[in-house]
Design a protein around this ligand. Structure first.
Ligand SMILES: Cc1cc2nc3c(=O)[nH]c(=O)nc-3n(C[C@H](O)[C@H](O)[C@H](O)COP(=O)(O)O)c2cc1C
Length: 378
């Protein structure tokens, strides 16, 4: 009986603990860091968040790091952001602005933005600086992105200022804490910068807890889940050929900004497949086969252009199909559908493109088809 009672008490304590943990605000401390300065601040922010027992904190980074100090920090996904009751963002200052690593991650949140998924969620910002040049500008520019998301921006005010050593430069700002890492007069973050970060975390937990159930969590409907394109190609039995070598003084592709330009003909294993003029040397079926081979060449060059990661493709912008036809031929669109269908099969919505087709009296190396393609990539 005594044993049964103790078991009952244990279960009760376990359940109460569980309920209390569920009632706490869940805060994500999301960082990018090169040298670990931002991570040092993040640890203090996290301690502050958990100091009053009203919130739990988890530190994650926006991408993998090779730095030993940062190697084991888990990586956050964009999709998980709306699951938190508050997000504390940390980044190095780059030229009075957000670091490129953090900026890259934020640029992937467009889908959250259009679904209003982060609206009403509290956000606070802390940054690791060098000399501190432009540190408040940097936090402010960080705030711009978070404001566009409709997040509740939590500043620091002059919290903790009275307690800091004023005989050395410190990273206090009214917007959020920073650390002046290149000023090595004392170890950085200084004890005061750490304390300011702790207080920022503590205050942020209070706000996150207070607003916790005020916003309905939005279902995130990702239009296109991150896909492993190698698996998709395998599933669909699509085998990309080797990238054809250029036959002259030109490149298989050129990237300008986010656009990739590619031109290909029906080269298969070093020879032109089903070459010649439609209706003279080859029939429609053969030209369709050549069109498929040409489009596969385009995709293989595209894969090289995105360093093997086809998930970086945002959109197939335009395809132009040129066919070696007689003057009175009019069914170019039927031939080109083979290429269009293939690109949509691989990329879904992102594969839908603008298109032009036309006939030519001849095409280089006697190919029956040439395809010009423009893709937008990340
Ligand atoms: C491209 C670049 C630009 C930078 N611009 C600034 C700047 O405008 N102001 C500043 O105080 N520090 C600047 N720094 C220094 C970093 O903010 C500083 O080294 C910071 O501590 C790095 O944070 P981390 O240790 O988390 O990587 C810059 C560093 C880089 C790489």
């Amino acid at each position: 009986m005594k044993k049964l009672c103790s078991l009952f008490v244990l279960i009760l304590i376990f359940n109460i603990n569980n309920i209390m943990a569920q009632n706490k605000a869940k805060v994500l401390v999301l960082i990018y860091s090169d040298n670990g300065g931002t991570y040092e601040l993040a640890k203090e922010i996290a301690k502050g968040i958990e100091s009053k027992d009203n919130a739990t904190a988890v530190i994650k980074q926006v991408k993998e790091s090779t730095n030993q100090k940062l190697k084991n920090i888990p990586i956050a996904t964009v999709d998980e952001l709306p699951n938190y009751d508050g997000i504390a963002f940390g980044s190095p200052v780059y030229f009075g602005n957000i670091s490129t690593g953090m900026s890259e991650f934020l640029s992937k949140t467009v889908n959250l933005w259009t679904h209003h998924s982060l609206e009403g969620i509290p956000a606070t910002v802390f940054m690791s600086a060098g000399s501190g040049a432009g540190k408040e500008l940097a936090i402010q520019s960080f705030w711009n992105s978070l404001a566009v998301h409709g997040m509740v921006l939590v500043s620091n005010g002059i919290r903790g200022y009275e307690g800091i050593n004023k005989s050395i430069p410190q990273g206090n700002t009214v917007l959020g804490v920073t650390s002046l890492n290149s000023l090595k007069d004392v170890e950085r973050p200084t004890p005061d910068e750490r304390q300011l970060a702790y207080l920022q975390g503590q205050n942020f937990a209070k706000i996150s807890f207070a607003l916790k159930d005020s916003t309905r969590k939005k279902e995130v409907v990702m239009e296109e889940k991150t896909k492993n394109f190698d698996e998709i190609l395998k599933e669909k039995n699509i085998i990309l050929p080797q990238v054809p070598k250029p036959a002259g003084n030109y490149q298989p592709f050129v990237r300008t900004g986010n656009l990739i330009f590619i031109n290909q003909v029906a080269l298969k294993e070093g020879k032109i497949l089903n070459g010649g003029k439609l209706g003279v040397g080859v029939d429609e079926q053969q030209v369709k086969e050549a069109t498929k081979v040409t489009m596969l060449n385009v995709l293989s060059v595209l894969k090289e252009a995105v360093n093997g990661d086809l998930s970086k493709v945002r959109q197939c912008v335009q395809l132009t199909g040129i066919f070696n036809t007689k003057d009175d031929y009019t069914k170019h669109a039927d031939l080109m559908n083979v290429a269009s269908d293939l690109v949509v099969e691989v990329f879904g919505e992102k594969g839908k493109h603008a298109r032009a087709t036309y006939g030519a009296s001849s095409i280089p190396v006697n190919s029956s088809v040439e395809i010009q393609a423009i893709f937008e990539v990340e």
